[in-house]
Design a protein around this ligand. Structure first.
Ligand SMILES: Nc1nc2c(ncn2[C@@H]2O[C@H](COP(=O)(O)OP(=O)(O)OP(=O)(O)O)[C@@H](O)[C@H]2O)c(=O)[nH]1
Ligand SMILES: [Mg+2]
Length: 300
């Protein structure tokens, strides 16, 4: 008899900077979500699909839940997190093993309403010793109705395969949601804009990268296949003119470096040569502007 097909949605949630995107990339085995050492790196819900003949797991990476929002953009980011509570077959809460439980955080309070298997991932165990880990497991294990606690180092892919196998066991019988050769539902353009945003976060300080959004508005493959070349035109939107000047830098030095770093990473991602043009535009206070948030995909 043929084996039943199992499938489902596995949604990864947690506070900013705990390693959700690193975990999702480790589980999917692809570099999909951008990762930086700064909080609020991920701004959208990004899916990564793992398929085999008899299963399909659809992982969702989500933005880190922001306790105190200052912009409408962050409210939208939190809405992406809330949305992930509604369609989950399995939920994975990721915490940094060094963080403490915060009873006042609405994210943790929302855990009570989850009625699908909920796993706790204590991430970054490479940073602590066994005694500390033991204490942390005791501290966290009863904070919600966790089906199991997984000590993990997403960075070193330690413990991630066990987690994957456990998740597979929880998946209900279900249909093939996406084509079996598909890794995600977003176009290449989205991932390219994310790579540029990753380089913005790495190259600029304080508020600057947070005030930026990147839109790829042209993506053309050279008609000559021997060239193996794509031409990309991207716009970096900033919230103020002074930020635009900082992005560009003295005699354009800063944006030149950003362009080089981005091009290198995009070439690796696409496995093609890339010709990249970056432009900077100002959209005053776009993080509170409903129209701009719609244009940038933060609102319906
Ligand atoms: N030492 C260590 N660092 C890790 C581990 N997992 C992730 N990190 C680091 O933690 C930082 C944040 O990782 P991300 O995966 O971007 O975290 P995130 O939860 O997606 O962050 P947001 O998108 O901002 O919410 C990066 O510097 C990662 O390299 C781990 O297992 N061990
Ligand atoms: Mg992230």
């Amino acid at each position: 008899m043929e084996k039943q097909h199992r499938s489902g949605f596995v949604n990864i949630i947690g506070r900013p900077n705990v390693g959700k995107s690193t975990l999702m990339n480790a589980l999917v085995g692809e570099r999909m979500s951008i990762i930086t050492n700064k909080p609020q790196t991920t701004r959208h819900r990004i899916i990564g699909i793992v398929s085999d003949d008899d299963y399909q797991v659809v992982f969702s990476d989500t933005p880190g839940f922001i306790k105190d929002t200052s912009y409408k953009m962050q409210e939208s980011m939190n809405k992406f997190v809330s949305g992930s509570f509604k369609d989950a077959d399995v939920m994975v809460l990721v915490v940094d093993v060094l963080e403490n439980y915060d009873a006042a955080n609405p994210l943790f309070r929302k855990l009570e309403s989850i009625n699908v298997p909920l796993y706790l991932v204590l991430n970054k165990i490479d940073l602590i010793n066994e005694q500390t880990l033991f204490n942390k497991i005791i501290e966290w294990k009863d904070m919600a109705d966790f089906k199991e606690v997984f000590p993990v180092s997403a960075l070193n892919k330690k413990g991630t395969e066990d987690l994957f196998q456990k998740i597979l066991g929880d998946l209900p019988q279900g249909p093939v949601y996406y084509s079996k050769d598909q890794f995600t539902d977003r176009p290449e353009r989205f991932f390219i804009s994310e790579i540029i945003r990753e380089k913005l976060l790495m190259n600029y300080y304080q508020e600057i990268p947070y005030a930026c959004e990147v839109v790829v508005d042209a993506f053309e493959t050279d008609p000559d296949p021997k060239k193996n070349l794509v031409r990309i035109h991207a716009v970096i939107y900033t919230a103020r003119n002074s930020q635009k000047n900082i992005i560009i830098g003295k005699k354009g030095a800063s944006i030149k470096k950003l362009g080089i770093d981005s091009r290198y990473a995009i070439e690796k991602f696409l496995d093609k040569k890339v010709y990249l043009e970056l432009f900077v535009k100002v959209k005053d206070n776009w993080r509170n502007d409903d129209n701009m948030l719609r244009k940038f995909g933060y609102k319906e």
